[in-house]
Design a protein around this ligand. Structure first.
Ligand code: ADP
Length: 420
C-alpha cells in the first residue's frame, strides 16, 4: 500500500524550517528535516530514518549572505542533492524557497502521497482553540491577528499563502502557539484593565502551546499515573515560559498578551511593571520602536549580564554579572513554579524542556534545590546523566526531562484533522 506523509513548515522572517513526517498506523515519524533560508535562498535537507526519531540529526542553517543553495543529505550526513540558482531572479524569498522545496519533494516522495501541510502559526486570537484547515476566510481572519503579533504573524501567513497559491488542492493546516491555552479559566485570561480592552482582545493568550501540547501528549506515555495529575512544565529555551497543566489541559502560563511576559529570556525582559514602560516613554523620551527594541532585544540574560543571551556563554563566564543573570533566571523560575503550583492546587510533577531545560543540568539542579519546599528531591546523579526522571524514588514531586518536539505535534495535529 502506498504510504502517506505530512510536511511541517515553520516560517520565520529569515528562515523556513521544514520537516517531512511519514504516516504509519495513525502515528507520524520523521522522514526529512531541514531549513530554508529565504533571504539567501539556501536550504539544507536531511534524509531521516523513517523510524526512530532523532532530532539532533536535523538541518542546519548555513550560507547567510551567500548564493542560493539547496542541499540534501542522507542519514549519515552525506550530501545526496545540491542545487544553486540566482538569488536575484525573484523578489519573494518565501515563495521561491517553498517552490524549490516542493519541486524537490515531488521528485523524491516516490510512492508516498503528501496528504497535507501543517504550519506553525504564532497567534490564533480568541477564536482558534484547535488546528484549522486554512481557506481564504480563515487566512483573512488570521491576518487580523497581526496586530497581536506584528513581528511573527506575517511570516507564518506568508508561508501558508505561498503554499495555497502553489498547491490549491493540498490541505494547509494552521496549528497555533496560543491554542493549547485557549480554554484556561477566565481568571487566567484577564488583566485587571477596563473590560472594553479585554473584549477587544487584550488578554493573556499564552504561547509555546505546541511545545506544551507535545509534553502533555507525551508525559502519560512515560508516567501514566500523571495523565490526570497537576504538572508544571518549564520550557526554557531562548524564549522561555512555564505552564500549569491539570488533567492534560493548560490552566495558566507565564506568558500573557505577548511573548514578553513571565520569565526573563535570552533577550526579552519577562515580567515587568508597566510603570517602567511609562518611565521610558515619558521621562526618557523614547519612542515605541526604541522601547520595543529594549524589551525584545536588549533585555533578559543579555541585558542583565551585558555579555550574552546564550546560557552556555554565561555558565562558564567568571564575570560576576554572568552569575547575577543566572541567579535572576533561577529566581524567577522558582517564583513562577510556586505561583503555578498554587494556581492548580499543588504539584505532582515538574517537567523541564527546550534548549536550556534539556541540556543544562546546573539550571535544573538549582531550580530543584530551590523548590525543595514543594517536596522536590533531586537525584543528582540522574540529573547529571540527563536521565528521563531526575527525582529520587521518594520525591513527593516527580521531575522529568522531556525533549520537546513542536514539529511532531504539528504533524500529529494535522494528521488528526485530515484523518479523524
Ligand atoms: P528556541 O527558543 O530558539 O527554540 P532552544 O530551545 O533551541 O531555543 O534553546 C536555545 C538555548 O538553549 C540557547 O540559547 C542556549 O542558551 C541553551 N542551551 C543549549 N544547549 C545548552 C547547554 N548545553 N547548556 C546550557 N544551555 C544550553
Amino acid at each position: 500500500m502506498a504510504s502517506e506523509s505530512i510536511l511541517v513548515i515553520n516560517a520565520g522572517s529569515s528562515s523556513i524550517k521544514f520537516t517531512l513526517f511519514d504516516v504509519e498506523a495513525g502515528e507520524v515519524s520523521l522522514h526529512y528535516d531541514g531549513r530554508i533560508q529565504p533571504d539567501t535562498i539556501s536550504f539544507d535537507l536531511f534524509l531521516q530514518p523513517s523510524v526512530g526519531i532523532d532530532k539532533e540529526y536535523g538541518g542546519q542553517v548555513e550560507g547567510i549572505g551567500t548564493a542560493p543553495k539547496f542541499k540534501a543529505k542522507d542519514r549519515d550526513n552525506e550530501l545526496v542533492y545540491e542545487e544553486t540558482w540566482d538569488a536575484g531572479e525573484r523578489s519573494s524569498g518565501h515563495q521561491v524557497a517553498l517552490e524549490k522545496l516542493m519541486n524537490w519533494l515531488d521528485d523524491h516522495l516516490g510512492d508516498t502521497t503528501l496528504i497535507g501541510v501543517g504550519h506553525r502559526v504564532v497567534h490564533g486570537g480568541t477564536e482558534y482553540a484547535a488546528p484549522t484547515i486554512v481557506n481564504d476566510a480563515v487566512l483573512q481572519q488570521l491576518g487580523d491577528y497581526t496586530v497581536l503579533a506584528p513581528l511573527h504573524q506575517p511570516n507564518c501567513l506568508a508561508g501558508i499563502r505561498a503554499m495555497l497559491a502553489m498547491r490549491p488542492d493540498l490541505p494547509q493546516v494552521a496549528c497555533f502557539d496560543t491554542a493549547f491555552h485557549r480554554n484556561h479559566p477566565l481568571v487566567a485570561d484577564q488583566f485587571a484593565l477596563p473590560y472594553e480592552l479585554y473584549e477587544e482582545g487584550v488578554r493573556r493568550y499564552g504561547f509555546h502551546g505546541l511545545s506544551y501540547a507535545y509534553i502533555a501528549h507525551t508525559l502519560p506515555t512515560i508516567a501514566p499515573e500523571l495523565a490526570d495529575g497537576r504538572v508544571v512544565v518549564a520550557h526554557l529555551g531562548s524564549g522561555a515560559s512555564m505552564c500549569a497543566i491539570k488533567g492534560g489541559q493548560s490552566m495558566d502560563s507565564t506568558m500573557g498578551f505577548t511573548a514578553l511576559d513571565g520569565l526573563p529570556m535570552g533577550t526579552r525582559c519577562g515580567n515587568l511593571d508597566p510603570g517602567a514602560v511609562l518611565y521610558m516613554l515619558q521621562e526618557k523620551g523614547m519612542d515605541a520602536k526604541q522601547i520595543e527594541d529594549v524589551l525584545y532585544r536588549r533585555s533578559g540574560l543579555l541585558g542583565l549580564s551585558g555579555i550574552s543571551n546564550d546560557m552556555r556563554d554565561l555558565e562558564h563566564n567568571p564575570d560576576p554579572r554572568a552569575a547575577q543573570a543566572i541567579d535572576y533566571f533561577i529566581y524567577r523560575i522558582t517564583r513562577e513554579l510556586g505561583a503555578l503550583a498554587a494556581a492548580i492546587g499543588g504539584i505532582d510533577a515538574l517537567v523541564f524542556t527546550a534548549g536550556i531545560g534539556e541540556n543544562s543540568d546546573m539550571i535544573r539542579a538549582r531550580v530543584c534545590r530551590a523548590a525543595a519546599w514543594l517536596g522536590i528531591e533531586l537525584d543528582e546523579a540522574a540529573n547529571s546523566q540527563r536521565a528521563q526522571r531526575i527525582s529520587t524514588a521518594s520525591s513527593k514531586v516527580a521531575v522529568y526531562v522531556i525533549p520537546t518536539d513542536e514539529e511532531k505535534m504539528i504533524a500529529l495535529d494535522t494528521l488528526r484533522l485530515l484523518r479523524p
